[in-house]
Design a protein around this ligand. Structure first.
Ligand SMILES: [Zn+2]
Length: 385
Protein backbone atom coordinates (compact mmCIF):
# COMPACT_ATOMS: atom_id res chain seq x y z
CA UNK A 1 0.00 0.00 0.00
CA UNK A 2 1.63 3.23 -1.12
CA UNK A 3 -0.81 6.02 -0.35
CA UNK A 4 -3.16 5.77 2.61
CA UNK A 5 -6.59 4.87 1.34
CA UNK A 6 -8.87 7.94 1.52
CA UNK A 7 -11.78 6.00 3.02
CA UNK A 8 -9.55 4.36 5.61
CA UNK A 9 -7.99 7.71 6.53
CA UNK A 10 -11.44 9.21 7.03
CA UNK A 11 -12.58 6.28 9.16
CA UNK A 12 -9.44 6.59 11.29
CA UNK A 13 -10.31 10.23 11.97
CA UNK A 14 -13.66 9.05 13.36
CA UNK A 15 -12.18 6.37 15.65
CA UNK A 16 -13.26 7.95 18.93
CA UNK A 17 -16.82 8.46 17.67
CA UNK A 18 -17.08 4.87 16.47
CA UNK A 19 -15.98 3.59 19.88
CA UNK A 20 -18.47 5.91 21.58
CA UNK A 21 -21.31 4.56 19.41
CA UNK A 22 -20.33 0.95 20.11
CA UNK A 23 -20.35 1.80 23.80
CA UNK A 24 -23.81 3.39 23.60
CA UNK A 25 -25.10 0.31 21.74
CA UNK A 26 -23.60 -2.16 24.24
CA UNK A 27 -24.91 -0.17 27.19
CA UNK A 28 -28.44 -0.36 25.79
CA UNK A 29 -29.12 -3.99 26.69
CA UNK A 30 -31.44 -5.91 24.36
CA UNK A 31 -32.12 -9.56 25.21
CA UNK A 32 -34.32 -11.33 22.65
CA UNK A 33 -37.02 -12.19 25.19
CA UNK A 34 -37.46 -8.60 26.44
CA UNK A 35 -39.29 -6.78 23.66
CA UNK A 36 -39.34 -3.44 25.53
CA UNK A 37 -35.56 -3.53 25.88
CA UNK A 38 -35.07 -4.51 22.23
CA UNK A 39 -37.39 -1.66 21.20
CA UNK A 40 -35.29 0.79 23.20
CA UNK A 41 -32.21 -0.34 21.27
CA UNK A 42 -34.14 -0.16 17.97
CA UNK A 43 -35.11 3.43 18.83
CA UNK A 44 -31.48 4.25 19.61
CA UNK A 45 -30.32 2.95 16.22
CA UNK A 46 -33.18 4.72 14.43
CA UNK A 47 -32.30 8.02 16.16
CA UNK A 48 -28.64 7.55 15.23
CA UNK A 49 -29.32 7.09 11.51
CA UNK A 50 -32.25 9.48 11.33
CA UNK A 51 -30.25 12.42 9.88
CA UNK A 52 -29.33 10.34 6.82
CA UNK A 53 -31.93 7.59 6.48
CA UNK A 54 -35.63 6.93 6.12
CA UNK A 55 -36.56 4.54 8.89
CA UNK A 56 -39.61 2.47 9.67
CA UNK A 57 -40.40 -0.39 12.02
CA UNK A 58 -42.44 -3.53 11.56
CA UNK A 59 -44.18 -5.25 14.50
CA UNK A 60 -42.38 -8.38 15.69
CA UNK A 61 -45.25 -10.07 17.53
CA UNK A 62 -44.02 -11.14 20.96
CA UNK A 63 -40.52 -9.92 20.00
CA UNK A 64 -39.26 -6.39 19.49
CA UNK A 65 -39.85 -4.43 16.30
CA UNK A 66 -37.90 -5.10 13.11
CA UNK A 67 -36.11 -1.98 11.86
CA UNK A 68 -35.70 -0.97 8.22
CA UNK A 69 -33.47 2.00 7.31
CA UNK A 70 -33.10 3.21 3.75
CA UNK A 71 -29.85 5.15 3.71
CA UNK A 72 -29.46 8.43 1.82
CA UNK A 73 -26.21 8.11 -0.11
CA UNK A 74 -24.41 10.17 -2.77
CA UNK A 75 -24.92 9.34 -6.46
CA UNK A 76 -28.00 9.87 -8.60
CA UNK A 77 -30.24 7.25 -10.18
CA UNK A 78 -30.00 4.24 -7.92
CA UNK A 79 -30.76 0.89 -9.41
CA UNK A 80 -31.15 -2.34 -7.53
CA UNK A 81 -30.60 -2.71 -3.83
CA UNK A 82 -27.97 -3.89 -1.37
CA UNK A 83 -29.40 -5.29 1.84
CA UNK A 84 -27.28 -4.93 4.97
CA UNK A 85 -28.54 -7.43 7.49
CA UNK A 86 -28.13 -7.49 11.25
CA UNK A 87 -29.96 -8.15 14.49
CA UNK A 88 -30.82 -5.95 17.43
CA UNK A 89 -31.17 -8.73 20.01
CA UNK A 90 -28.47 -10.38 22.11
CA UNK A 91 -28.30 -13.55 24.19
CA UNK A 92 -27.51 -11.58 27.36
CA UNK A 93 -30.22 -11.08 30.02
CA UNK A 94 -31.02 -7.62 31.40
CA UNK A 95 -28.58 -6.63 34.12
CA UNK A 96 -25.59 -8.44 32.59
CA UNK A 97 -23.83 -5.06 32.40
CA UNK A 98 -23.54 -4.98 36.20
CA UNK A 99 -21.03 -7.86 36.14
CA UNK A 100 -19.80 -7.43 32.60
CA UNK A 101 -19.66 -3.68 32.01
CA UNK A 102 -18.49 -2.12 28.75
CA UNK A 103 -14.78 -1.55 29.06
CA UNK A 104 -11.69 -0.86 27.02
CA UNK A 105 -8.60 -2.88 27.97
CA UNK A 106 -5.79 -4.89 26.37
CA UNK A 107 -6.45 -3.47 22.93
CA UNK A 108 -10.07 -4.60 22.98
CA UNK A 109 -13.60 -3.41 23.66
CA UNK A 110 -15.47 -5.75 26.02
CA UNK A 111 -19.11 -6.16 26.94
CA UNK A 112 -22.32 -8.09 26.26
CA UNK A 113 -23.16 -8.07 22.56
CA UNK A 114 -20.08 -6.08 21.56
CA UNK A 115 -19.08 -8.76 19.05
CA UNK A 116 -22.47 -10.32 18.33
CA UNK A 117 -23.31 -7.90 16.90
CA UNK A 118 -23.49 -4.32 18.05
CA UNK A 119 -20.08 -3.39 16.68
CA UNK A 120 -21.14 -4.58 13.20
CA UNK A 121 -24.11 -2.20 13.28
CA UNK A 122 -21.85 0.68 14.35
CA UNK A 123 -19.37 -0.15 11.54
CA UNK A 124 -22.15 -0.03 8.97
CA UNK A 125 -23.41 3.34 10.23
CA UNK A 126 -19.92 4.84 10.04
CA UNK A 127 -19.37 3.28 6.61
CA UNK A 128 -22.47 5.13 5.39
CA UNK A 129 -21.39 8.36 7.08
CA UNK A 130 -17.96 8.09 5.46
CA UNK A 131 -19.42 7.65 1.95
CA UNK A 132 -21.61 10.70 2.56
CA UNK A 133 -18.85 12.86 3.97
CA UNK A 134 -16.43 11.96 1.16
CA UNK A 135 -19.26 12.23 -1.42
CA UNK A 136 -18.50 8.83 -2.89
CA UNK A 137 -21.35 7.75 -5.18
CA UNK A 138 -23.18 4.52 -4.55
CA UNK A 139 -24.98 2.93 -7.49
CA UNK A 140 -27.55 0.92 -5.54
CA UNK A 141 -30.11 1.67 -2.91
CA UNK A 142 -28.76 0.60 0.47
CA UNK A 143 -31.14 -0.70 3.12
CA UNK A 144 -30.27 -1.80 6.64
CA UNK A 145 -32.54 -4.40 8.22
CA UNK A 146 -32.21 -5.22 11.93
CA UNK A 147 -34.08 -8.26 13.18
CA UNK A 148 -35.25 -8.54 16.77
CA UNK A 149 -35.30 -12.32 17.17
CA UNK A 150 -32.19 -13.71 15.43
CA UNK A 151 -30.77 -15.27 18.57
CA UNK A 152 -33.96 -17.25 19.13
CA UNK A 153 -34.54 -18.58 15.62
CA UNK A 154 -35.81 -15.56 13.59
CA UNK A 155 -39.34 -16.90 13.49
CA UNK A 156 -40.99 -13.47 13.34
CA UNK A 157 -38.42 -11.75 11.10
CA UNK A 158 -37.83 -14.49 8.54
CA UNK A 159 -40.62 -13.51 6.10
CA UNK A 160 -39.37 -9.89 6.08
CA UNK A 161 -35.77 -11.03 5.53
CA UNK A 162 -36.82 -13.22 2.62
CA UNK A 163 -39.02 -10.56 1.05
CA UNK A 164 -36.24 -7.97 1.24
CA UNK A 165 -33.59 -10.39 0.01
CA UNK A 166 -35.63 -11.18 -3.10
CA UNK A 167 -35.63 -7.47 -3.97
CA UNK A 168 -31.84 -7.17 -3.51
CA UNK A 169 -28.85 -8.11 -5.65
CA UNK A 170 -26.47 -8.57 -2.73
CA UNK A 171 -26.74 -9.11 1.01
CA UNK A 172 -24.02 -8.02 3.43
CA UNK A 173 -24.39 -9.63 6.85
CA UNK A 174 -22.95 -7.64 9.77
CA UNK A 175 -22.33 -10.69 11.98
CA UNK A 176 -18.83 -11.11 13.48
CA UNK A 177 -16.01 -12.56 11.43
CA UNK A 178 -14.52 -15.95 12.22
CA UNK A 179 -11.78 -16.05 14.82
CA UNK A 180 -9.19 -13.43 15.66
CA UNK A 181 -8.28 -13.16 11.97
CA UNK A 182 -11.85 -12.05 11.22
CA UNK A 183 -12.35 -14.38 8.28
CA UNK A 184 -15.43 -13.68 6.21
CA UNK A 185 -18.12 -16.34 6.04
CA UNK A 186 -18.93 -17.79 2.64
CA UNK A 187 -20.74 -20.88 3.88
CA UNK A 188 -22.82 -21.76 6.88
CA UNK A 189 -24.37 -25.05 7.84
CA UNK A 190 -28.13 -25.41 7.92
CA UNK A 191 -29.61 -25.85 11.38
CA UNK A 192 -32.59 -27.70 12.75
CA UNK A 193 -33.87 -29.56 15.75
CA UNK A 194 -35.92 -32.58 16.61
CA UNK A 195 -37.75 -33.61 19.74
CA UNK A 196 -38.26 -37.31 20.43
CA UNK A 197 -40.81 -38.18 23.10
CA UNK A 198 -41.00 -41.79 24.28
CA UNK A 199 -44.08 -43.06 26.10
CA UNK A 200 -43.65 -46.36 27.92
CA UNK A 201 -45.60 -48.06 30.69
CA UNK A 202 -45.10 -47.18 34.34
CA UNK A 203 -44.87 -49.83 37.03
CA UNK A 204 -43.38 -50.43 40.48
CA UNK A 205 -39.72 -51.31 40.01
CA UNK A 206 -39.88 -53.79 42.88
CA UNK A 207 -43.38 -55.22 42.96
CA UNK A 208 -44.36 -55.22 39.31
CA UNK A 209 -41.14 -54.80 37.30
CA UNK A 210 -42.10 -56.91 34.30
CA UNK A 211 -45.34 -55.05 33.73
CA UNK A 212 -43.37 -51.88 33.00
CA UNK A 213 -41.90 -50.70 29.71
CA UNK A 214 -39.18 -48.17 30.47
CA UNK A 215 -39.31 -44.98 28.43
CA UNK A 216 -35.84 -44.12 29.76
CA UNK A 217 -34.32 -47.36 28.47
CA UNK A 218 -36.11 -46.97 25.14
CA UNK A 219 -34.89 -43.39 24.80
CA UNK A 220 -31.31 -44.43 25.63
CA UNK A 221 -31.41 -46.89 22.73
CA UNK A 222 -32.97 -44.32 20.43
CA UNK A 223 -30.33 -41.72 21.34
CA UNK A 224 -27.61 -44.20 20.47
CA UNK A 225 -29.26 -44.93 17.12
CA UNK A 226 -29.87 -41.22 16.37
CA UNK A 227 -26.25 -40.37 17.13
CA UNK A 228 -25.32 -42.74 14.33
CA UNK A 229 -26.97 -40.37 11.82
CA UNK A 230 -23.89 -38.13 12.08
CA UNK A 231 -21.62 -38.17 9.02
CA UNK A 232 -18.82 -35.80 9.88
CA UNK A 233 -17.12 -36.11 6.47
CA UNK A 234 -20.33 -34.94 4.74
CA UNK A 235 -20.81 -32.09 7.19
CA UNK A 236 -23.82 -33.73 8.84
CA UNK A 237 -23.91 -33.64 12.64
CA UNK A 238 -26.63 -34.78 15.02
CA UNK A 239 -26.33 -33.78 18.67
CA UNK A 240 -28.71 -35.07 21.34
CA UNK A 241 -28.12 -32.07 23.56
CA UNK A 242 -30.86 -32.41 26.18
CA UNK A 243 -32.54 -35.51 27.60
CA UNK A 244 -34.95 -35.98 30.45
CA UNK A 245 -37.26 -38.70 31.69
CA UNK A 246 -38.62 -40.69 34.57
CA UNK A 247 -39.89 -39.57 37.95
CA UNK A 248 -38.34 -41.74 40.70
CA UNK A 249 -35.74 -44.51 40.84
CA UNK A 250 -38.30 -47.05 42.03
CA UNK A 251 -40.68 -46.39 39.14
CA UNK A 252 -40.23 -47.83 35.65
CA UNK A 253 -40.32 -44.61 33.63
CA UNK A 254 -43.49 -43.80 31.72
CA UNK A 255 -42.06 -40.92 29.70
CA UNK A 256 -38.74 -39.58 28.44
CA UNK A 257 -37.70 -36.98 25.87
CA UNK A 258 -34.66 -35.86 23.95
CA UNK A 259 -33.96 -32.61 22.10
CA UNK A 260 -31.56 -32.99 19.24
CA UNK A 261 -29.69 -30.37 17.20
CA UNK A 262 -28.99 -31.17 13.54
CA UNK A 263 -26.61 -29.44 11.10
CA UNK A 264 -26.17 -30.01 7.36
CA UNK A 265 -23.72 -28.50 4.92
CA UNK A 266 -25.88 -29.18 1.85
CA UNK A 267 -29.60 -28.68 1.51
CA UNK A 268 -29.87 -31.89 -0.49
CA UNK A 269 -28.79 -33.87 2.60
CA UNK A 270 -31.69 -32.59 4.70
CA UNK A 271 -34.61 -34.70 3.38
CA UNK A 272 -32.79 -38.01 3.93
CA UNK A 273 -31.82 -37.00 7.45
CA UNK A 274 -35.36 -35.88 8.26
CA UNK A 275 -36.68 -39.14 6.89
CA UNK A 276 -34.37 -41.10 9.21
CA UNK A 277 -35.90 -39.28 12.18
CA UNK A 278 -39.46 -39.84 10.99
CA UNK A 279 -38.79 -43.53 10.37
CA UNK A 280 -37.66 -44.25 13.92
CA UNK A 281 -39.41 -47.30 15.38
CA UNK A 282 -39.47 -48.35 19.03
CA UNK A 283 -37.13 -51.20 20.07
CA UNK A 284 -39.68 -52.23 22.69
CA UNK A 285 -43.06 -52.43 20.97
CA UNK A 286 -44.82 -51.50 24.19
CA UNK A 287 -43.28 -48.04 23.88
CA UNK A 288 -44.42 -45.38 21.43
CA UNK A 289 -42.41 -42.60 19.82
CA UNK A 290 -43.48 -39.10 18.88
CA UNK A 291 -40.99 -37.31 16.64
CA UNK A 292 -41.37 -33.63 15.78
CA UNK A 293 -39.10 -31.01 14.24
CA UNK A 294 -36.96 -30.51 11.16
CA UNK A 295 -34.58 -28.10 9.48
CA UNK A 296 -35.38 -24.47 10.37
CA UNK A 297 -32.43 -22.66 8.74
CA UNK A 298 -31.31 -23.91 5.33
CA UNK A 299 -27.56 -24.01 4.75
CA UNK A 300 -25.80 -21.05 3.17
CA UNK A 301 -24.05 -22.89 0.36
CA UNK A 302 -20.93 -21.42 -1.21
CA UNK A 303 -22.43 -20.41 -4.57
CA UNK A 304 -20.68 -18.73 -7.50
CA UNK A 305 -22.35 -15.45 -6.53
CA UNK A 306 -21.05 -15.69 -2.97
CA UNK A 307 -17.53 -16.46 -4.21
CA UNK A 308 -17.70 -13.43 -6.50
CA UNK A 309 -18.71 -11.17 -3.60
CA UNK A 310 -15.94 -12.60 -1.45
CA UNK A 311 -13.33 -11.97 -4.17
CA UNK A 312 -14.49 -8.37 -4.44
CA UNK A 313 -14.15 -7.99 -0.66
CA UNK A 314 -10.70 -9.60 -0.67
CA UNK A 315 -9.53 -7.19 -3.38
CA UNK A 316 -10.96 -4.17 -1.54
CA UNK A 317 -9.42 -5.30 1.75
CA UNK A 318 -6.01 -5.58 0.09
CA UNK A 319 -6.32 -1.90 -0.82
CA UNK A 320 -6.65 -1.34 2.94
CA UNK A 321 -3.53 -3.38 3.60
CA UNK A 322 -5.53 -6.28 5.05
CA UNK A 323 -5.62 -9.88 3.88
CA UNK A 324 -9.05 -11.41 4.42
CA UNK A 325 -9.77 -15.10 4.12
CA UNK A 326 -13.03 -16.99 3.87
CA UNK A 327 -14.45 -19.59 6.25
CA UNK A 328 -17.17 -22.14 6.73
CA UNK A 329 -19.04 -22.15 10.04
CA UNK A 330 -21.44 -24.59 11.64
CA UNK A 331 -23.40 -21.69 13.16
CA UNK A 332 -26.41 -20.19 11.41
CA UNK A 333 -27.41 -16.57 10.80
CA UNK A 334 -30.13 -14.75 8.89
CA UNK A 335 -27.70 -14.94 5.95
CA UNK A 336 -28.74 -18.58 5.64
CA UNK A 337 -32.21 -17.48 4.52
CA UNK A 338 -30.99 -14.96 1.96
CA UNK A 339 -28.34 -17.26 0.49
CA UNK A 340 -30.86 -20.09 0.21
CA UNK A 341 -32.92 -17.83 -2.09
CA UNK A 342 -29.92 -17.59 -4.41
CA UNK A 343 -29.09 -13.98 -3.49
CA UNK A 344 -25.29 -13.50 -3.23
CA UNK A 345 -24.62 -13.13 0.50
CA UNK A 346 -21.39 -12.24 2.25
CA UNK A 347 -21.37 -12.81 5.99
CA UNK A 348 -19.00 -12.04 8.84
CA UNK A 349 -18.37 -8.38 7.96
CA UNK A 350 -18.83 -7.18 11.54
CA UNK A 351 -16.48 -7.15 14.52
CA UNK A 352 -13.25 -9.10 14.74
CA UNK A 353 -12.83 -10.68 18.14
CA UNK A 354 -13.87 -13.67 20.19
CA UNK A 355 -16.23 -14.87 22.88
CA UNK A 356 -19.65 -14.42 21.24
CA UNK A 357 -22.27 -15.59 23.81
CA UNK A 358 -19.44 -15.95 26.39
CA UNK A 359 -18.05 -13.87 29.25
CA UNK A 360 -14.91 -12.99 27.27
CA UNK A 361 -16.95 -11.37 24.47
CA UNK A 362 -14.70 -8.70 22.94
CA UNK A 363 -13.55 -7.07 19.72
CA UNK A 364 -10.09 -5.99 18.59
CA UNK A 365 -9.81 -2.21 18.53
CA UNK A 366 -7.13 -2.54 15.85
CA UNK A 367 -9.67 -4.01 13.39
CA UNK A 368 -12.45 -1.45 13.79
CA UNK A 369 -11.18 0.90 11.08
CA UNK A 370 -10.42 -1.61 8.33
CA UNK A 371 -13.76 -3.37 8.83
CA UNK A 372 -15.68 -0.10 8.64
CA UNK A 373 -13.72 0.94 5.54
CA UNK A 374 -14.30 -2.45 3.92
CA UNK A 375 -18.07 -2.13 4.34
CA UNK A 376 -17.93 1.38 2.83
CA UNK A 377 -15.90 0.15 -0.13
CA UNK A 378 -18.25 -2.78 -0.72
CA UNK A 379 -21.28 -0.50 -0.76
CA UNK A 380 -19.53 1.72 -3.32
CA UNK A 381 -18.22 -1.16 -5.45
CA UNK A 382 -21.04 -3.68 -5.71
CA UNK A 383 -22.78 -2.96 -9.00
CA UNK A 384 -26.42 -3.67 -9.74
CA UNK A 385 -26.83 -6.73 -11.96
ZN1 LIG B 1 -25.34 -12.69 15.73
Amino acid sequence: MTAVDAILAHVHSQAADITALIRAFVECESPSDDSAAVNRFVDLVADTVNPFARTRTIPGGKFGRQLMCEMTLPGRKKSGRILALGHSDTVWPMGTLRNMPFRQADGRLWGPGVLDMKSGIAFFIFAVRTLRELEIPVASKVVLQLNSDEEVGSESSRPLTEKNAKESHAVLVLEPGTGLAGKLKTARKGVGDFTVVVRGRASHAGVDFEAGASAVLELARQVDRISGFTQVHRGITVNPGVISGGTRTNVVAAEARAEIDIRVLRLKDAPALEKKFRSLKPFDRRCSLEVTGGLNRPPMERSAGIVRLFRTARQLASELGVEVEESLTGGGSDGNFTAALGVPTLDGLGGVGEGAHAVNESILIGRIADRTALIAKLLASIQPV
